[in-house]
Write a protein that binds this ligand. Structure first.
Ligand SMILES: NC(=O)c1ccc[n+]([C@@H]2O[C@H](COP(=O)([O-])OP(=O)(O)OC[C@H]3O[C@@H](n4cnc5c(N)ncnc54)[C@H](O)[C@@H]3O)[C@@H](O)[C@H]2O)c1
Length: 253
């Protein structure tokens, strides 16, 4: 499916690699002007360069979503470059694997700071601009781990469940301004975030066995759905949580 996003002004966080990179490229291919932002400056500059080489329109901004001053600067820079903002993709995130009894305070703060507080900060900064847009869109990258339970991921799961809660709350609040707010919940997607877990061959095999489609997802599996939520095609869809997992969460055994 190819959606028309001509002239739509978008900001993607965590666009330096994996799912965020695929989303930035997909939006640009549909005609978006994309602010590709990431805490890793070299990577996001490379992504913006790739998009421009592919004929798209992109600028790179280094920003840490856990820092309010970075979020403010990133938002102001995007609005000034594009003359406004129509779409925000809250994608930046970090993994965290530790059972509840061993999780450290520093880990709780780090993961919440990026995965949940970061999403709240970016959304808060972008909302006035999205209201002005008349066709505002927020797409939050949550996770199947925000819906189901994995004993190894209590902190990560809590942040993603929080993102789902915030998606629904903001969907209700912003609907009258023409702003839709939706979330996607990817299952296991082959990116750097997953690579430490995939390094364990037994875990890798077990993971694939749990997916009825018998494969891991690739970032492009997520990017297409995000482009749909960013487009006019989804203008009456808000507060939705779309699972993208090859059937993993509906499998009985
Ligand atoms: N890979 C999966 O299996 C999977 C599954 C479900 C959800 N997700 C979610 O998808 C999103 C993207 O993850 P990914 O798999 O592409 O991982 P990734 O590690 O490849 O990419 C994450 C990107 O976010 C950036 N980032 C990290 N902290 C940041 C910060 N404080 N400010 C700005 N940017 C920051 C990183 O530099 C990196 O470029 C995350 O929110 C993740 O939780 C991933």
């Amino acid at each position: 499916m190819s959606v028309d996003l001509k002239g739509v002004r978008a900001l993607v966080t965590g666009a330096g690699s994996g799912i965020g990179k695929a989303i930035a490229r997909r939006l640009a291919a549909g005609g978006c002007r994309v602010a590709a932002t990431d805490v890793q400056e070299d990577r996001v500059s490379e992504v913006a360069r790739t998009i421009r080489d592919e004929g798209g329109d992109a600028l790179a901004i280094r920003a840490d979503v856990a820092k309010q001053e970075d979020v403010d600067r990133m938002t102001a820079q995007t609005v000034s470059a594009f003359g406004g903002l129509d779409v925000v993709i809250n994608n930046a995130g970090v993994g965290s694997a530790a059972f509840i009894e061993s999780v450290q305070d520093s880990e709780i703060e780090r993961v919440f700071g990026v995965n949940l507080v970061g999403v709240i900060r970016v959304t808060r900064a972008a909302t006035p601009h999205l209201k002005n847009s008349g066709r505002g869109r927020i797409v939050n990258i949550a996770s199947v781990e925000g819906i189901r339970g994995s004993g190894l991921l209590p902190v990560y799961s809590a942040t993603k469940a929080g993102v789902i809660g915030m998606t629904r709350a903001n969907a209700v609040e912003l609907a009258r301004f023409g702003v839709t707010v939706n979330a996607v919940c990817p299952g296991p997607i082959q990116t750097e975030m997953l690579s430490p877990l995939l390094a364990n061959e037994r875990y890798h095999e077990k993971l694939i066995k749990g997916v009825p489609m018998r494969r891991l997802g690739v970032p492009e599996d997520v990017a297409g759905a995000v482009a749909f939520f960013a487009s006019e095609e989804s203008s009456f869809i808000t507060g939705n949580v779309l699972v993208i997992d090859g059937g993993m969460t509906v499998k009985a055994l």
